[in-house]
Design a protein around this ligand. Structure first.
Ligand SMILES: O=C(O)COP(=O)(O)O
Ligand SMILES: [Mg+2]
Length: 236
């Protein structure tokens, strides 16, 4: 049997990239005459990328934003973010130990993120954890991205895993929708970037700290998902 695989989302799940994303946002907007960024207004938008954050900043200030200006600001945002990786970004508490636990138990680890692949790789390398991951697939790795389930399935395949022996960990509706559409159990962290509590989206389980994510728990989630499939398949 293939060894099981645990697939992590990146922003807001494994790594707290929020302060660096906000710094890039402030930098990109510094010549736009917008009021200073209030971090509280952007918490839910942190996992949605620069495009959505810039849009929100203009909407918040009741200012219009044309396509050309938007593209220019996104380029400035990305340049600043790229130049400063890993910046102040840090793994969430307990994440390092959790990764080690799963690696020690023989699990494959992978990342499925809507960050650009180049940025995801730079961040993971900057944090010194790249050796853990058999695959690190971003928004531009394939022709599809989350919430398209093929982003997750292709990540698992690239890592040499089996979708029937997989669990995902995420922080957003996008992650939960992706995993559900792929038929893969999903653990939601409640400390990430989401506007509604993650429980609203009915993940397989919600955790508030990585200590709760044990190998036994993940194994049970996979077993339960496969039982569900068998029962459904056997149903008349
Ligand atoms: O950068 C984004 O758009 C979101 O990144 P994530 O998928 O790692 O949360
Ligand atoms: Mg995320």
């Amino acid at each position: 049997m293939t060894q099981p695989i645990i697939v992590f989302d990146l922003d807001g799940t494994l790594v707290d990239t929020g302060p660096d994303l906000l710094a890039a946002l402030s930098h990109s907007l510094k010549d736009s005459g917008l009021p200073p960024i209030d971090p509280n207004l952007f918490q839910a938008y942190l996992g949605m990328g620069g495009r959505a954050m810039i849009e929100r900043a203009f909407r918040q200030a009741n200012r219009t934003l044309d396509d050309e200006q938007h593209e220019k600001l996104i380029a400035t945002f990305l340049q600043h973010y790229t130049d400063n990786i890993p910046g102040t970004s840090q793994l969430f508490p307990g994440a390092r130990d959790a990764m080690q636990r799963f690696a020690d138990a023989g699990w494959t680890l992978a990342i499925c993120t809507n960050k650009f692949e180049k940025l995801s790789h730079a961040l993971i390398e900057g944090l010194g954890i790249h050796a853990h991951f058999a695959a690190n697939c971003g928004a531009d790795t394939f022709a599809w991205r989350k919430p398209d389930p093929r982003h997750l399935i292709s990540t698992i395949e690239q890592a040499g895993g089996d979708p029937d022996q997989a669990v995902m960990v995420g922080d957003s509706k996008t992650d939960i929708d992706t995993a559900k559409a792929a038929g893969i159990p999903v653990v939601a962290v409640d400390f990430g970037y989401t506007d509604q509590p993650v429980a609203t989206y009915e993940p397989s389980m919600v955790i508030s700290h990585y200590d709760e994510l044990t190998v036994a728990v993940a194994t049970r989630l996979i077993a339960a998902a496969n039982e569900g499939t068998t029962t459904q398949a056997e149903a008349p």
